[in-house]
Design a protein around this ligand. Structure first.
Ligand code: SAM
Length: 350
């Protein structure tokens, strides 16, 4: 166990450790106030996932690989865009309703956040909730260490157990043994649940249910179905930040896997698929090219696309059904006045 201070900000050029590493920071008894556990979420699997996805008849890449350091910064920039209503709307809802949400979750809970990102919404919740421990889980280690460190400094009495991991795989969260919580609650804001198909969402939430156990809860932000033109604008911003975020995935593959994608041959494409109720993001190839990735060759023809992300939209009733199928009981749902976004609170059914 290393005894070092909570980081002010994480050095941007630090090399990621490939092996699972646990580092506990600071403090005395009974538990360290800030600990960081690197479960090595993408060690070894990035190349495998890219090769498998590009070998498919319909080429695809998993969205979890968007979030290298540049990808995290670009996502934060997307959140500030005038067209991108979800973040602004959900933050407004947290400002107005966090106290009410906190009353539902109750005192003495452990708050486990999936995909914690910059943690802006979380801090609004933590101010009202004051849980006994906060467990942010994110695949982006550098940003996680930075934002979890910030939370630990802002909430000095709170135990912060940061876990760098891939939440789409079964998770055994370290550091929770010995914490006597009244309940475990999974917090999953940002409508990141929309990246899963409804069937995947049920399986994912079923795992979350198992993690929270009896008496557990789920507080989750879900983007609502709405006028497709509003959705189209949100994912095709005028400044081209979403396009850069999408294309950055190829830059990452070039840099980390030694590939030779010519980025000028790809265009960002995002549209609403009304039949499936989802925004689809693709990288569309405008001229043929041959790409080598670690000894694997892929031919792209003009018109081919690589499907990089889905963002499913739900009505309140549709998402409550997803929750029920995963073993939760919907208790409360908040929406904004314009019916753009929803936040659901559900508990584990007995
Ligand atoms: C759309 S952002 C949302 C960030 C933040 N929760 C918010 O509401 O603004 C998705 C976050 O989930 C993380 N993420 C995506 N896929 C993940 C995975 N499979 N495992 C763990 N974290 C993941 C990303 O690194 C990113 O921080």
């Amino acid at each position: 166990m290393d005894a070092v201070p909570i980081p002010d900000a994480y050095p941007p050029d630090r090399k990621r450790k490939k092996k699972a590493v646990t580092t506990s920071f600071l403090k005395t008894q009974p538990a360290p106030r800030f600990s960081f556990h690197d479960l090595g979420p993408d060690s070894g699997s990035f190349l495998e996932d890219v090769i498998r996805g590009l070998a498919r008849g319909r080429k695809e890449l998993p969205p979890k690989y968007f979030y290298d350091e540049r990808g995290c910064a670009l996502f934060d920039a997307i959140c500030e865009l005038p067209e991108y209503y979800p973040t602004r709307t959900e933050i407004g809802m947290m400002q107005a309703r966090a106290a009410e949400m906190a009353r539902h979750l109750g005192p003495g809970c452990v708050l486990i956040e999936y995909g914690s990102g910059s943690g802006r919404k979380t801090r609004l919740l933590l101010e009202k909730l004051r849980p006994i421990a906060y467990v942010p889980v994110d695949i982006a280690c550098t940003q996680l260490r930075d934002s979890a460190g910030r939370v630990a400094r802002e909430f000095p009495d709170l135990a912060v157990i940061a876990v760098c991991a891939d939440y789409s795989r079964p998770l055994a969260l370290p550091g929770l043994e010995g914490i006597a919580a009244r309940r475990r609650v999974v917090y999953f804001p940002g409508s990141t649940i929309g990246n899963f198909t409804p069937g995947e969402a049920v399986r994912f939430l079923g795992n979350a249910r198992a993690l929270t156990g009896e008496g557990g809860g789920l507080l989750i932000g879900v983007d609502l179905k709405k006028d497709p033109s509003r959705l189209h604008a949100a994912y095709n911003d005028a400044q081209g930040v979403t396009a850069e975020f999408n294309l950055n995935l190829l830059t990452r593959i070039n840099r980390e896997l030694g590939a030779n994608f010519d980025l000028s041959a790809f265009r960002h494409q995002a549209f609403y698929n009304a039949e499936l109720g989802r925004i689809e993001m693709h990288l569309s190839c405008v001229r043929g090219q041959r790409v080598d990735i670690a000894g694997n060759r892929f031919d792209f023809r003009a018109g081919d696309t690589v499907h990089t992300e889905n963002s499913y939209k739900y009505t309140v009733a549709e998402f409550q059904e997803v929750g029920r199928s995963a073993g939760f009981v919907p208790l409360e749902c908040w929406t904004d006045p314009d019916l753009l976004f929803s936040v659901h609170y559900m508990t584990v059914s007995n």
